[in-house]
Design a protein around this ligand. Structure first.
Ligand code: GTP
Ligand code: PEQ
Length: 202
């Protein structure tokens, strides 16, 4: 199976701009990418980074400057056989969680993200194409249905937790075991309590 990790390192994670400046967001996004790619590797697959510009890293990189959908759909059309698409901001992903995703049966396997996104996909049907953004999980269910694909979903806290907003950083500090969690600690982030919920402070 080909495992593709989309990554836009140019102005990443704009929703984290209340707490991280542009250089910090680049570094943090890169730390998450390394966590995701090395976790994929640890379950026996070589990730290909599908990036908007060249990335200096130990994995193969395919550069495609077009939109996310255009770049991913081109890979889906070009690659023969199963393709997994795993987002680069899954800082809580573990070998166990990704292993369950890759092993799940079905023509199309979806890992929903909190908030309506689609954090990972395994596509074994040649006609499956993506339509990211907004409530993409609904769109991906519909696309799978329309092409007559047998669909499955993976129920996983770790795969559902993409890191988009400042509140998600608390989850990384609570549960992350990799470079992203270490990066946050090195840059002064720690857990705090706010109105009975865990938050972050710096
Ligand atoms: N190749 C490619 N990857 C992208 C593109 N846009 C987003 N990504 C990647 O897709 C995944 C999900 O990204 P999002 O959380 O939607 O967006 P983001 O740009 O990182 O963050 P925001 O600016 O806060 O929306 C991350 O791994 C991004 O690096 C794109 O245009 N091309
Ligand atoms: C790419 C997008 O990510 P989100 O903006 O939901 O994190 C999606 O999953 O459709």
């Amino acid at each position: 199976m080909h495992v593709v990790v989309p990554f836009d390192g140019r102005e990443p994670k704009t929703r984290l701009s209340p707490v991280l400046d542009i250089e910090e967001r680049r570094e943090f996004a890169r730390a998450m990418l390394e966590d995701v790619a090395s976790t994929i590797e640890s379950v026996g697959f070589e990730p290909t980074i599908l990036a908007t510009s060249d990335v200096d890293c130990e994995w193969p990189v395919v550069v495609d400057e077009r939109t996310l959908d255009a770049a991913v759909n081109d890979r889906l059309a070009e690659i023969d056989g199963p393709v997994a698409i795993v987002m680069a901001d899954l800082a809580l992903a573990t070998p166990d969680a990704l292993g369950r995703l890759f092993a799940a049966g079905g023509d199309v396997v979806l890992a929903p993200g909190r908030g309506g996104g689609t954090n990972a996909i395994v596509a074994r049907h040649p006609d499956f194409r993506v339509d990211y953004h907004d409530a993409s999980i609904t769109d991906h269910r519909e696309i799978a249905h329309d092409i007559g694909a047998e669909m499955a979903e993976v129920d996983s806290f770790r795969l559902a937790s993409d890191v988009d907003d400042p509140a998600d950083l608390a989850e990384v500090l609570l549960h992350g075991e990799g470079r992203a969690a270490a990066w946050l600690r090195e840059h002064g982030f720690e857990l705090a309590s706010e109105a009975g919920r865990v938050s972050i402070e710096r």
